[in-house]
Design a protein around this ligand. Sequence first.
Ligand code: AMP
Length: 286
Amino acid sequence: MKIIRSIKSMQSFSRQMAAKGKTTAVVPTMGYLHEGHVSLVSRAQKEADVVVTTIFVNPAQFAPSEDLARYPRDEKRDIRLIEAALGKASKNAAIFIPKAEDMYPADFETWVIVEKLTSVLEGARRPTHFRGVTTVVAKLFNIVRPDVAVFGQKDFQQAMVLGRMTRDLGYPIKFIVAPTVREEDGLAKSSRNAYFDEQGRWEAVALYYALQTAREMVKAGISAAGPITREMQAVIRATSPTAEIDYIAFNDAKTLENRTEVSKGTICSLAVRIRGVRLIDNLKLK
Ligand code: AMP
């Protein structure tokens, strides 16, 4: 597997692959990989001849108050995990690990912004987050020139925003959103789970319990968002007494319009701070 650190070398790798008639799938990540990331890499392998995983802790998507400096990193382990996931196919694969100063030179001033889809949920709480995400992914698309890109449902708003960007800017890329991979108890796998001590890790399942509660209520015929939200709040408090709920929201999965009644295509998403660690999760309810 090729480990590529410069933008020029990545561009030349992509050109070589295209000249050989090989298709490429890209999996953008911030590293500290887990089985969720690995599932995207395996999906990418099914979709194209060459898999390029990118590892870049993107400073532009962190606010000054957020966890950029302490975001977990382990490049060697990441490389081993990707190699193991790809098996023989790792011969044709690459990992692109650009440097922040190359991606964002000192006089960098060009941003890609998706306007409406980023005005709610995570975008409303983290005002500069999505322009960081869209800008870095646009750059990665331009450098890697993939035929396919794979993202995770875990960050469903991010996937929607990037899907819209891909369409709006006319990237000739097949855009795939792969399902959320969970721990045995239901907690969505996340690099940030590494922040938890044992107690925090137990309590972190609160988000999943709350989403399951919502699903059960909908199955039982309750569709008003109000009572479902209250029950979810109670479940979170019972599982993690010190949890701070940032939001519990019900939206149309295609437009992100707010929903006060659960109907076909309604997705429930939530952000909760458990012992200082902010987690997000979501589930389609109908
Ligand atoms: P990150 O490294 O957290 O920026 O995530 C990189 C990609 O992996 C994004 O497309 C995420 O949505 C996806 N991802 C993160 N966690 C999971 C998970 N538990 N299951 C599936 N995909 C995930």
